[in-house]
Design a protein around this ligand. Structure first.
Ligand SMILES: Cc1ncc(COP(=O)(O)O)c(C=O)c1O
Length: 428
């Protein structure tokens, strides 16, 4: 559940008072409701009804062990994009066969690791170019294993204006995927190799689409390719089709009409899969954001206010190094006080972080005239901590994990002293 405010004006996440959960780590602090994440995963699983499927949680959204273990316990697999993400997925109990690996530039070591994990390697290495096929084939030969390959197709759609340009991936000018016109030839290369098995065809059209239309359009490209391969008597080893992630999140909290739910996305692609007569294949999806964003907040302390002729500024201790999305994607997150929300007494504050960049700016927000001691930045559970950095010599934020009103774990911050010592040693 997103945080709620009780009758005394206290902001609570998973029932816990957010100002009391830091366990002494202080702010900036990410707090997550992992019980609510589990519920979201269950609701999404239910949308598949009897259909063979895999919810491959996109780890890039949030790589915390407590989060990944929660999804693994709900029967989810993982979508990884690096050897390190693959390692954390395995360490958190996701079975190798339930992992798909996207990435335009997998190194030989990463390919070897994927092929060597478990009895048969991971579920699929999703190749993103025709050229990558020969490299995976050479590694399979060297490692002495047959590689399980999926083709990530670039559906080449016109996505202008449908989401932010930085997170639109399924268009002609994007680096991602095998161009749709080359997909059949790519399948041919895989099928004729003694070292490769073609097990899947996938696409990920991009992230944060507010309607199901681009997602279904992209899925139809995948399904169409599979249909025509089968019509030609090919692709007999196929096990799954994968329609990627990208389900929307209502960051403003007031979408009207309400945004489609993850289950709505799944129901729409299931219908298209049936139409293509390929519903014997498992349907894989790769959601990240929709499973975690709303169930995480970034708690920050107000350091300083400043009133100038041009505006009222609130400087908080969380910056773009803690939550990059506003600077990177011009994303807007709601910001609310931890205690005593009184919207009628609110005035507009420009909330900014401590980093020496003008883009370290969370925008204008209605907050009490007397600046609150602490604020929560909402919907920060996805692409928050996972994009955090030490820029400006700042520590990575702390994390706290909540379930049923209880704190079930913390991530401890690396001290500024340790960071300074490590950088001082650099190059010595
Ligand atoms: C290949 C792939 N799959 C899935 C996702 C997850 O997208 P989202 O978090 O929007 O669901 C991404 C996001 O970048 C991706 O690149």
């Amino acid at each position: 559940m997103p945080p709620t405010r009780d009758s005394s004006g206290t902001l609570r996440l998973s029932g816990a008072d957010l100002s009391e959960v830091s366990g002494g780590t202080g702010t900036p602090l990410y707090a997550y409701d992992i019980g609510a994440m589990a519920q979201g995963a269950r609701a999404l699983q239910a949308a598949f009804e009897g259909q063979k499927h895999l919810v491959a949680y996109a780890l890039k959204a949030n790589t915390a062990g407590a989060v990944i273990r929660t999804f693994a316990a709900e029967g989810c697999g993982g979508d990884v994009v690096s050897g390190a993400e693959l390692r954390v997925a395995l360490a958190c109990g996701i079975a190798p066969e339930h992992i798909v690996y996207n990435g335009v530039a997998k190194t030989d070591d990463e390919i070897d690791l994927a092929m060597s994990s478990g009895a048969r390697g991971i579920g699929a290495l999703l190749v993103e170019s025709v050229e990558e096929i020969a490299r995976v084939e050479a590694r399979a030969q060297a490692v002495g294993r047959k590689a399980r390959i999926g083709i990530r197709v670039n559906p080449s759609l016109d996505l202008a204006g449908k989401t932010h340009a930085h997170i639109a991936t399924g268009h002609d000018r994007a680096k991602f995927g095998v161009p749709r016109d080359d997909a059949t030839a790519a399948a041919g290369l895989i099928e004729k190799s003694a070292h490769l098995d073609l097990v899947g065809v996938s696409a990920h059209v991009g992230s944060h689409f507010n309607t199901v239309a681009p997602y279904v359009e992209s899925a139809r490209v995948v399904f169409g390719i599979v249909r025509s391969l089968r019509d030609a008597g090919r692709a007999r080893s196929l096990e799954f089709v994968d329609t990627g992630g990208g389900f929307a999140v209502d960051y403003a909290g007031d979408a009207s009409p309400p945004l489609p739910t993850p289950a709505d996305f799944v129901r729409s692609v299931r219908a298209a899969q049936r139409e293509h007569g390929i519903d014997d294949l498992a349907l894989y999806v790769e959601p990240g954001r929709c499973l975690v964003a709303a169930h995480g907040v970034l708690v920050a302390s107000v350091i300083q206010s400043k009133v100038t002729a041009t505006g009222r500024w609130l400087m908080i201790d969380a910056g773009m190094n803690d939550l990059l999305r506003p600077a990177l994607y011009q994303a807007r997150h709601r910001i609310v006080p931890l205690r005593g929300d009184a919207p009628e007494a609110a005035i507009s504050w420009r909330v900014v972080g401590p980093v020496c960049e003008s883009s370290d700016d969370f925008g204008e927000h209605l907050l009490p005239r007397d600046p609150p001691g602490q604020v929560a930045i909402l919907d920060a559970g996805a692409y928050g901590y996972s994009m955090a950095s030490n820029y400006n010599g700042r520590q990575l934020p702390a994390e706290v994990f909540l379930r049923d009103s209880r704190v079930v774990g913390h991530t401890v911050r690396v001290s500024p002293e340790a960071w300074a010592q490590a950088r001082a040693r650099a190059g010595t």
